[in-house]
Ligand binder design. Structure first.
Ligand code: UDP
Length: 236
């Protein structure tokens, strides 16, 4: 597989073309941002950890029938993935109130909700990723009704699979963000990453935060938290 020109550089990853038009290579960086880029820093070793964790969880999801963009991990930081057109939505699933939801609804962080909540945000940094609903998504043609049904169905299934898997490892899945893409033949697949950058993970026993909130909120112990998640999931 020949790595070719860089197609895109985001906040946490770079994407390269390959000699196969249907595949690209994702390269995970240690750069960390929060609050839509207003806070910047480095989390040493994060790129390696997020690459490994994402692939581990995507393999688990594939084994349970969720199609993903994953092809194969190439190195510590690089993974070969299917080239997709990203649906411009952040698909957020929440089990326990935290972050922006706790703020918006005046709930204490940790408030248990009677059922999971699904939210969509329009991926647009200039607009600060505004929340949108089904009507906006259909009117703006970000996705069709059928695609959106598929996305919602996958999001709840992924929540069930991950919640159960992580619970056995002593990790409570508070909330997380997903992104989906469309392959050349129109299939919706899970893309992007699933990592401590994009999920809230709390230790089931102590409630200790093991995710990017430690960076966002200057809590210290950021690298250790990422390492701890890696160790529980991959045993190393
Ligand atoms: N999230 C993310 N990228 C974003 C916004 C949110 O990965 O641009 C994740 C975040 O890590 C959390 C979940 O989505 O697990 C819900 O985030 P929330 O809306 O509470 O926003 P935040 O408090 O992270 O700004």
């Amino acid at each position: 597989m020949q790595k070719m020109e860089q197609l895109y550089e985001g906040k946490a990853k770079k994407v390269y073309a390959t000699d196969d038009p249907e595949l690209c290579i994702v390269d995970y960086k240690d750069d960390a941002t929060a609050f839509n880029g207003a806070k910047k820093g480095t989390i040493s070793g994060k790129g390696i950890i997020n690459n490994c964790i994402t692939n581990h969880l995507m393999k688990l999801l594939e084994s349970k029938g969720i199609p993903t963009h994953l092809v194969e991990q190439l190195s510590d930081r690089e993974t070969l993935v299917k080239r997709v057109q990203i649906i411009p939505l952040e698909v957020i699933v929440r089990n326990i109130a935290a972050g922006s939801l706790a703020k918006r609804l005046g709930l204490e962080e940790g408030h248990k909700m009677s059922r999971p909540v699904l939210e969509y945000c329009y991926k647009n940094d200039a607009l600060d990723d505004p929340m949108v609903n089904d009507y906006h998504i259909l009117a703006m043609q970000f996705a069709t009704r059928e695609e959106l049904n598929t996305i919602a169905d996958y999001a709840f299934k992924i929540n069930e699979i991950l919640t159960n898997y992580l619970s056995d490892l002593g990790i409570e899945l508070i909330d997380f963000k997903l992104e989906f893409g469309k392959t050349a033949d129109g299939q919706i697949v899970l893309a992007d990453e699933i990592s401590p950058d994009t999920c809230r993970f709390w230790d089931s026993k102590t409630g200790t935060k093991l995710d990017k909130d430690r960076f966002r909120r200057d809590m210290g112990g950021v690298e250790d938290a990422y390492q701890e998640i890696m160790k529980r999931l991959l045993g190393r």
